[in-house]
Design a protein. Structure first.
Length: 242
């Protein structure tokens, strides 16, 4: 399995820098501060919640150091062929103990569902091998369903459309039949671009959602924490001193 594009020491430095920025934003008397980060392509959503002595978390506008720092961390944790995480949670409790959780494969709960181009851009910026593109991601991006190894061996692409084998020749003076229901079939549907999918809001998103991309490395957001260790699915909670 490939290594993250940034070294461990650099990832540790970025993680702690984001944590310090979170604590500064929390102000005095904080008992817990939590950052939640969700991103694909250029779509970014960031929430910063601060709990005071009463233990009740309240939203605080995340400073640029947190938003940009998480973006750089996300880019630094990219592994060629595996991609990087899409959602992350960074928790800090006094005197500076922190935990980080990174999720590369499970869809986060978006405030607004990114448009298909966001998922396409994600694959351009952080390329993934076919086996690391989840079904929900394919659907969001408008990609065809994944083909199983058994279907590939049988020569069957997605949606059960048979593939003409190399030694299979169409009868003389007869063109190969079109795909059933395809645009070239009689009465088949025309090709149209579907509407972009958007989420529903009970209330407008806060003003800090989708800030302009950072001019620094990793304009797609990033999250603090350590890169996965071990196998390909070890983006899990990480703990360590602040």
């Amino acid at each position: 399995m490939s290594e993250p594009v940034a070294g461990q020491a650099e990832l540790d430095r970025m993680t702690k820098a984001v944590g310090r920025a979170m604590v500064r934003a929390a102000g005095p008397g904080w008992t817990r501060v939590r950052a939640e980060y969700r991103s694909v392509g250029r779509h970014i959503e960031v929430d910063l919640l601060v709990a005071g002595p009463d233990g009740v978390p309240r939203p605080v506008r995340p400073p640029a150091e947190v938003v940009d720092g998480l973006g750089r961390l996300r880019a630094g944790m990219y592994r060629p062929g595996r991609g990087t995480w899409i959602g992350a949670v960074y928790d800090i409790e006094p005197p500076g103990t922190f935990t980080c959780e990174f999720e590369p494969d499970v869809e986060p709960t978006w405030r607004r569902v990114p448009p298909p181009i966001g998922f396409v851009d994600e694959l351009r910026a952080f390329a993934r091998s076919e086996e690391f593109i989840p079904d929900w991601f394919r659907a969001r991006a408008g990609m065809p369903p994944a083909v199983s190894a058994e279907a590939q061996a049988a020569g069957t692409p997605p949606q059960g459309i048979p593939v003409q084998q190399p030694n299979q020749v169409a009868p003389p003076h007869q063109a190969a039949p079109p795909f059933p229901g395809g645009p070239s079939a009689p009465g088949g549907p025309s090709i149209q671009e579907g509407p972009r999918q958007v989420g529903r809001h009970a209330a407008p998103p806060p003003p800090w959602e989708n800030p302009p991309p950072s001019g620094g490395p990793g304009r797609h957001a990033a999250r603090p924490g350590r890169p996965p260790q071990g196998g390909p699915h070890t983006f899990g909670p990480q703990t360590g001193p602040q």
